[in-house]
Design a protein around this ligand. Structure first.
Ligand code: SF4
Length: 265
C-alpha cells in the first residue's frame, strides 16, 4: 500500500516519515506530474458488490483498487496490484475527477466506496475522500498498517490488516499503533496456521479496544469451497476454545464463497 514524501495537500503539509518517503518514491517514480491534477495508479474500479471481509462484510460497496505496495506477502492474492512491472503495465493513471466519474458510470450508487490495493495508504488520497463524501458516499479503506497518513482520519472505516508470520512480513507495532489509535479503525488478521493464530491472539491482546476479526487464509488457486469452509471451522474452533479470543469475530471471505477466487468481485 503506499509511499510518499512530504507534500502539500489542500493547504496542509503532510508529515514526512522515512517509510512514507520510501513508499512515496515507489509511487512517485511512476506518477505522471503534468502540472495539472495528480493522478493515481488504478487497477480496478468495480461494483456494486458485497464487501466480503471483516467489519464491513455484507455491506454494499464499490471498490477502487490502487497499485503499489510496500509489503510483499508470500500469499498475496492481488499481486497484479503489487508487482511494479505489472502495475506499470496494467494501471490506468486517473485523477480524482476521473475516479469519481468512473464510479458514477457503474450505475447504482452504493452507500460505500472501499479504497483497496496494494496499499492505498501510500497515495495522497485525502482529496478523493473529500470528493466522495461530497457526493454522499462513505469511505472505507483497507491497509496493512505500515504507512500512516493523516488523511486516514477522514475515512469512515479504517480496516487494518497486520500480516501474520505466514506472510513473511514483520509487524512494526510503533507504526501499527498509530492506526489503532483511530476510533474508526478495526483489525483483521488472516490465519493460515497455529503460528498465525498465536500472532492474532497477540494482536487482540495488544489492542483490546479495537474490534478484531479473524479470517481463514485462502490459498488462491488451490482452495475450493469445501476447503475454505473446513479452514473456517478450524479457525472457529480455535477461537471458541481460547478464552482470550472470546470477543474476536470469525468470518469467511464472503466473496470467495459467492464468486470464487477471481478479480473484480
Ligand atoms: S499487504 Fe496486501 S496487497 Fe500488499 S503484498 Fe501483502 S497481501 Fe498483497
Amino acid at each position: 500500500m503506499a509511499t510518499r514524501a512530504t507534500r502539500a495537500t489542500s493547504g496542509k503539509t503532510t508529515e514526512a516519515t522515512s517509510e512514507a518517503a520510501a513508499c512515496g518514491q515507489l509511487a512517485d517514480a511512476h506518477s505522471p506530474r503534468t502540472g495539472a491534477a495528480r493522478t493515481f495508479p488504478v487497477l480496478e474500479v468495480f461494483g456494486p458488490v458485497l464487501q466480503g471481509e471483516g467489519r464491513m462484510i455484507g455491506a454494499q460497496t464499490h471498490f477502487v483498487r490502487f497499485g503499489y505496495c510496500d509489503s510483499r506477502c508470500a500469499w498475496c492474492d492481488t499481486l497484479y496490484a503489487v508487482e511494479p512491472a505489472q502495475v506499470q503495465a496494467e494501471a490506468e493513471w486517473l485523477d480524482v475527477d476521473a475516479i469519481v466519474a468512473r464510479l458514477a458510470s457503474l450505475g447504482a450508487q452504493t452507500p460505500w466506496v472501499t479504497l483497496s490495493g496494494g496499499n492505498p495508504a501510500i497515495h495522497d488520497l485525502g482529496a478523493l475522500v473529500e470528493r466522495l463524501h461530497a457526493t454522499g458516499r462513505k469511505v472505507a479503506i483497507e491497509t496493512q498498517g505500515t504507512v500512516f497518513r493523516p488523511w486516514l482520519a477522514q475515512c469512515d472505516v479504517v480496516t487494518v490488516s497486520p500480516k501474520p508470520p505466514s506472510s513473511g512480513m514483520v509487524t512494526d507495532h510503533a507504526r501499527l499503533a498509530r492506526f489503532t489509535a483511530l476510533p474508526q479503525s478495526n483489525l483483521k488478521v488472516v490465519v493460515f496456521d497455529d503460528a498465525d493464530f498465536a500472532y492474532a491472539r497477540d494482536i487482540h491482546l495488544r489492542y483490546p479496544n479495537r474490534p478484531c476479526y479473524l479470517q481463514p487464509g485462502n490459498a488462491v488457486g488451490q482452495d475450493d469451497t469445501a476447503a475454505l469452509l473446513a479452514k473456517l471451522d478450524w479457525l472457529a474452533q480455535r477461537a471458541m476454545h481460547d478464552h482470550a479470543m472470546a470477543n474476536a469475530v470469525v468470518l469467511p471471505q464472503l466473496h470467495t464463497l459467492m464468486y470464487g477466487n477471481r478479480r473484480g468481485v
